[in-house]
Design a protein around this ligand. Structure first.
Ligand code: LMR
Length: 396
């Protein structure tokens, strides 16, 4: 039966974890996957999360099936986070949010739903984009192409190119946009540029799908979420996937969501009924634990304040590591100006290193980043930074 099955290549991001775990180099550093580690190289367990988990163990509850769309308190808290709790999309009832299995789950539910709605539509992702975007939408049955985004020579966004790509897209094309902290480049467009993107999306009648996996890692929860308000103000219908993997350090709990802004409450009801079919036929219904933790934090003012402060600490530490990386590379003898690293935002730096250099970094020094030159700055700390800088200096 399986004799013709070919060996698939390793996942370009999660496959690196397998290689990293098997590496016996005592100095190894994992800058491959987008995971935040504290200055001691430890994965944080946030105090706000621990507080809720204590409440949960103090008053244990039985575990029946959740509704298909997940924990109700979670869905409404996420909706409030995405659109604003008192915003018109929420109060009017025309926004719908369903719990997803991580941000990836939110994307997949949305992709399956859109495929049924508009089977011949094309999907456009940024060039480059998160490694999984193309495969995820292709697996949902779409033809996936890209819109111009990164300008290597300029070390920034090729905004004219981006607009030109969007202007050339056929009506109904699904455009996957990174709401903040672009993965993998770390370069976001400005607020004024977002206004232009929104205008083109509207004029061309494109379908925006915003991937918001890093809310809070750029400038703050509200600041990073501001782009959603621009799409709302333009009167557009759109989709948003949310992830709490990074912002709550709850990677393995797979806590995410899909939100869809519809034209009316009545339409939202019909959309929800279809999303529920996509969920039910994929994995039936989601898990209780992580979503309950996130819902409790978001719905309890003191815990929410604590979360925002813990998230703020992560954001500030990442920014400090960017500066240390720039300084450390210079001190290690790297001739070229690496100061662009501090103008990138979020967890990643698109280092500009070639595939060969990344492979050498991995094989000779145990420093893991993706083949595309992406490094997770959020995994640097005061103990590994000198080693990472010295290793990079040897390969550039
Ligand atoms: C990443 O880009 O490294 C993260 O989003 C983790 C993942 O699932 O790829």
């Amino acid at each position: 039966l399986f004799t013709a099955v070919e060996m698939a290549p390793r996942d370009p991001i999660l496959g690196l974890n397998e290689q990293f775990n098997a590496d016996t180099n005592p100095n190894k550093v994992n800058l491959g996957v987008g995971v935040y580690f504290d200055d001691n190289g430890k994965l944080p367990l946030l105090a706000c999360v621990q507080a809720v988990e204590k409440q949960m163990t103090d008053a244990p509850k039985p575990r029946g099936y959740l509704p298909i769309d997940g924990v109700a308190a979670y869905d409404s808290a996420v909706k409030g986070l995405v659109f604003g709790a008192d915003s018109e999309p929420v109060t009017s009832g025309r926004a719908v949010t369903v719990q997803g299995i991580g941000g990836t789950g939110g994307l997949k539910i949305g992709a399956d739903f859109l495929k049924k709605l508009n089977p011949t539509a094309k999907v456009l992702i940024s060039d480059p984009s998160w490694e999984n975007h193309r495969a995820l939408f292709q697996n949902a049955g779409f033809e996936v192409d890209s819109y111009a985004y990164y300008d290597a020579a300029k070390r920034g966004v090729n905004f004219e190119g981006m607009l030109a790509s969007l202007n050339a897209a056929a009506a109904g094309t699904i455009v996957v946009l990174h709401a903040c902290c672009h993965n993998p480049t770390g370069y976001d467009i400005t607020a004024a540029e977002w206004d232009q993107v929104v205008a083109v999306v509207k004029a061309r009648n494109l379908t925006p799908f915003l991937d918001m996996a890093y809310q809070g890692f750029g400038y703050g929860i509200k600041e990073d979420g501001a782009v959603i308000g621009k799409f709302v103000a333009a009167g557009l219908s759109f989709l948003v996937s949310t992830s709490f993997s990074k912002s709550f350090s709850l990677y393995g709990e797979r806590v995410g969501a899909l939100s869809v802004l519809c034209e009316s409450k009545e339409e939202a009801g019909r959309v929800l009924s279809q999303l529920k079919i996509c969920i039910r036929t994929n994995y039936s219904n989601p898990q209780i634990h992580g979503a309950t933790v996130v819902a409790t934090v978001l719905n309890t003012p003191e815990l929410r304040a604590q979360w925002e402060s813990e998230l703020g600490e992560m954001r500030v530490r990442i920014k400090a590591m960017r500066q240390k990386l720039v300084d450390g590379l210079k001190a290690a003898g790297v001739q070229q100006d690496m100061s662009f690293i501090t103008s990138q935002i979020g967890m990643f730096s698109y280092s500009g290193l070639s595939k060969d250099q990344m492979v050498r970094l991995r094989n000779e020094f145990g420093v893991y980043g993706t083949d595309t030159g992406r490094m997770c700055v959020a995994a640097l700390n005061s103990k590994n930074i000198d080693y990472v800088c010295a290793s990079i200096a040897k390969v550039v």
